[in-house]
Design a protein around this ligand. Structure first.
Ligand code: MGD
Ligand code: MGD
Ligand code: MO
Length: 673
């Protein structure tokens, strides 16, 4: 039997997949040939769902810890035993410490709105600490908002074939946005020139017609130098700037000192290469800037992104189809989220039993989970619920996260459909359904199609959806939260009940019939051709670059970008994908550094800084640059030879904008080991 479903992964492609099901189990996966973005192919990861869904160590029954924290030794218990015990501990914590002693840690393990977002109702009901979800896109979002306003309405990818210059700036699209590739190829056939601006020569750099390899964290210098050329030598669309943009004079003034020579010194490019890129851009309209978040994961990442996002504004690129910037399309999905995450509970904060909504609950930045678990007082965090995430591997300063998770007095509950580093620390490990086993509604951050997905396969063992688990806990706390018990269709209907014109004519019945429906965007879709969509002007401003400083004690930059065969740690359990990534995590080291350090290809090094140390095999490769080690991500710690994820080395300091993550700001020493 074949079923058509939505891919739930945290990925811009948000594919439609054709799943073969035999005896209630998924046995094969391909892409929907009729979907204009999926185009009939599944990626290297989702093609492995038949293995991924049924990994031998998938938790199938509620489990209670019997070993030490982190050992992953569990005993099977019934759902009632697990839920009763959790509810009792939770009541005691709420009585003694109040709601803020409870913390959720969740992210986008599923992009489904029901199983991804609805559980927040439970935490808002008990007045838990608020989690600021900053790990991925917060800095980019803030940079976008500063210029374009709060809605991210990137160029429609279906217009990519109309672009004549495509800059893939800090995005490894061939690995992380693979369904953009056919559209890039179409653009190329139409005469477009495709360039990549990145720190190392990844698959995308090899695909591009021209690759500009810059030093990490120096995008701001390159972007300002390009802007200077556009203003001084032509390319700047002065009519557009005058009519639709404010603050552009300040931006022009900030760009003025950035001669190609000065930017060359900062970026490591030659002045001629910078002039060449400027020339390609100013003569190659429509210009599309497909930007990734990699450049934002640096201490000065907010400014870098702002400077890059200013370029299509200066060029007036937004006036033509195919021109502009694409960071995200998420702003198109104007669903009715009034009830989705329980924020309405804050309107009536009177305590009633354990219902204690707290609009002033303290905020915890998720990139500082380790600090929250080890430093917060008044109250300390006494209960942690993890779902749709694996912070023991994916959060920065993961060593500190693990020290927090090892606390004997912390109640840790993990909802999972696979074994994860975090699950090893659980006091209660609860078996969750996989998104191919439950219904959900999906948006996308890489295109403008909304989709509905029915369960394709039967949940194995006693796996239950996240919302069922939180509804059961709520019931045991005496909370009346019908939102958690609503079936997914009812949640979807509530979300679709919006008067926004983009959603005109899209209801659940149509979604169920068609599976995936494109938003009703105006045609041509030129969201910023005349300023911001709300009628105000776009905003540029002066930018004071924050460039990386040398750190003599830690001479290497450690870059940890996504790996081709992984999706964060979600596919880490699949042996074939680990094998495709080389069998164990490796770091790319430039040949000059290898000689200097006396390390051979295939040898091991220790990477260390004040946060911790990891041991890794070396691949000597000119794809990286001197002074930069590249560790493609994200390996589960439990698959690394030393049991540790690369994130034991990454900083938990927020960037300059949006309190976002600065993974790529990590500095390390490298020593043969
Ligand atoms: N195969 C695969 N696909 C994925 C994921 C995955 O893990 N694997 N993860 C998914 C998720 S959650 C996300 S957020 C997206 C992310 O997808 P991307 O946006 O592609 O990934 P980034 O982490 O933003 O890193 C992109 C590129 O930025 C580069 N980079 C790092 N620092 C700098 C810099 O200072 N300047 C410049 N110009 N480039 C720099 C890195 O070398 C990398 O090639 O991908 C999604 N898709
Ligand atoms: N060093 C470094 N670290 C990074 C990054 C980097 O570039 N460098 N990238 C960062 C980025 S962009 C992101 S988005 C984060 C992602 O980090 P995480 O959000 O931790 O992502 P995953 O590791 O994929 O973990 C998601 C988990 O959710 C589980 N899951 C899937 N569906 C369901 C479900 O329906 N219910 C439940 N209960 N669980 C489910 C999966 O089995 C998986 O274990 O990682 C960040 N970490
Ligand atoms: Mo992400």
């Amino acid at each position: 039997m074949k079923r058509l479903v939505s891919c739930p992964q945290d990925c811009p492609d948000a594919c439609r997949l054709v799943v073969t099901v035999e005896g209630g189990r998924v046995t094969a996966v391909t892409g929907d040939p009729d979907h204009p973005l999926t185009r009939g192919f599944a990626c290297a990861k989702t093609a492995r769902y038949p293995e991924r869904l049924y990994l031998e160590d998938r938790p199938l029954y509620p489990l209670r810890r019997v070993g030490g924290k982190g050992e992953g030794r569990f005993a099977r218990v019934s759902w009632d035993e697990a839920l009763d015990a959790i509810a009792e501990r939770l009541k005691a914590i709420l009585d003694a410490y109040g709601g803020e002693a409870v913390l959720r840690y969740n992210y986008a393990g599923t992009m489904g709105l029901v199983q991804g977002r609805r559980p927040l109702v439970f935490f808002r009901a008990i007045g838990a600490s608020e989690l600021d979800e900053t790990i991925c896109s917060a800095t980019g979002e803030a940079a976008w908002a500063a210029i374009y306003g709060p809605q991210k309405l990137g160029v429609d990818p279906e217009d990519v074939p109309k672009a004549r210059t495509v800059v893939l700036w800090g995005i490894n699209a061939l690995s992380t946005n693979t369904h953009l590739v056919p559209l890039l190829q179409e653009a190329r056939r139409n005469g477009a020139r495709i360039v990549s601006v990145d720190v190392y020569q990844n698959r995308t750099a090899r695909f591009a017609d021209r690759f500009y390899r810059i030093r990490p964290g120096t995008d701001v210098a390159l972007a300002l130098a390009l802007a200077r050329i556009f203003f001084q030598e032509g390319g700047a669309d002065l009519g557009y700037l005058a009519r639709h943009v404010e603050g552009w004079e300040a931006f022009r003034a900030a760009a003025r000192p950035w001669t190609p020579e000065r930017a060359a010194e900062a970026t490591g490019l030659s002045p001629a290469a910078i002039r060449e890129l400027a020339e390609a851009l100013r003569t190659g309209a429509p210009q599309l800037f497909r930007v990734g978040y990699g450049m934002t994961r640096h201490p000065g990442g907010g400014r870098a992104m702002m400077a890059v996002l200013a370029l299509p504004v200066v060029l007036g690129a937004w006036r033509r189809e195919g021109g502009g910037a694409l960071l995200s399309t998420s702003g198109g999905f104007r669903l009715n989220k009034a009830r989705l995450e329980g924020l309405y509970l804050w309107k009536d904060p009177r305590p009633r039993g354990y219902l204690r909504p707290n609009p002033n609950a303290r905020h915890v930045n998720q990139i500082q989970l380790g600090r929250a678990l080890t430093e917060l007082a008044d109250p300390p965090v006494k209960a942690l619920f993890v779902f749709n995430a694996n912070p023991a591997a994916t959060a920065p300063n993961a060593g500190l996260v693990r020290r927090g998770l090892a606390r004997e007095d912390l109640l840790t509950v993990v909802l999972e459909n696979a074994m994860s580093d975090t699950a090893l620390y659980a006091d209660f490990l609860l078996p969750a359904t996989h998104p191919l086993e439950h219904a959900d509604l999906y948006t996308s951050y890489g295109h403008y199609w909304l989709s509905w997905s029915e369960p394709a396969a039967a949940p194995p063992g006693e796996a239950r959806p996240n919302t069922w688990i939180f509804a059961e806990l709520a019931r045991r706390l005496g909370l009346d939260l019908p939102e958690l018990a609503m079936d997914p269709e009812a949640v979807a209907r509530e979300l679709l009940d919006t008067g926004h014109p983009f959603l005109l004519g899209i209801d659940l019945d149509r979604l169920k019939r068609e599976g995936s429906v494109k938003l009703d965007l105006p045609r041509p879709f030129l969201p910023y051709a005349e300023g911001r969509p709300d009628g105000t002007k776009l905003r540029l401003a002066g930018i004071e670059p924050l460039l990386p400083e040398p750190d003599p004690e830690h001479p290497f930059v450690l870059l940890t970008p996504p790996a081709h065969h992984f999706l964060n740690t979600s596919f880490g359990g699949v042996a074939a994908l680990r094998a495709a990534e080389g069998g164990e995590p490796r770091v790319l080291l430039h040949p000059e550094d290898a000689v200097r350090l006396g390390v051979a290809d295939g040898g091991y090094v220790r990477l260390e800084n004040r946060r911790g140390a990891i041991r890794r095999r070396v691949r000597v490769s000119a794809a990286t640059q001197p002074g930069v080690v590249v560790h493609e991500q994200t390996w589960r710690g439990l698959d690394a030879p030393d049991g540790l994820p690369a994130n034991v080395l990454t900083p938990d300091d927020p960037t300059d904008l949006g309190e976002g993550s600065s993974f790529n700001g990590a500095r390390v020493r490298v020593v043969p080991a």
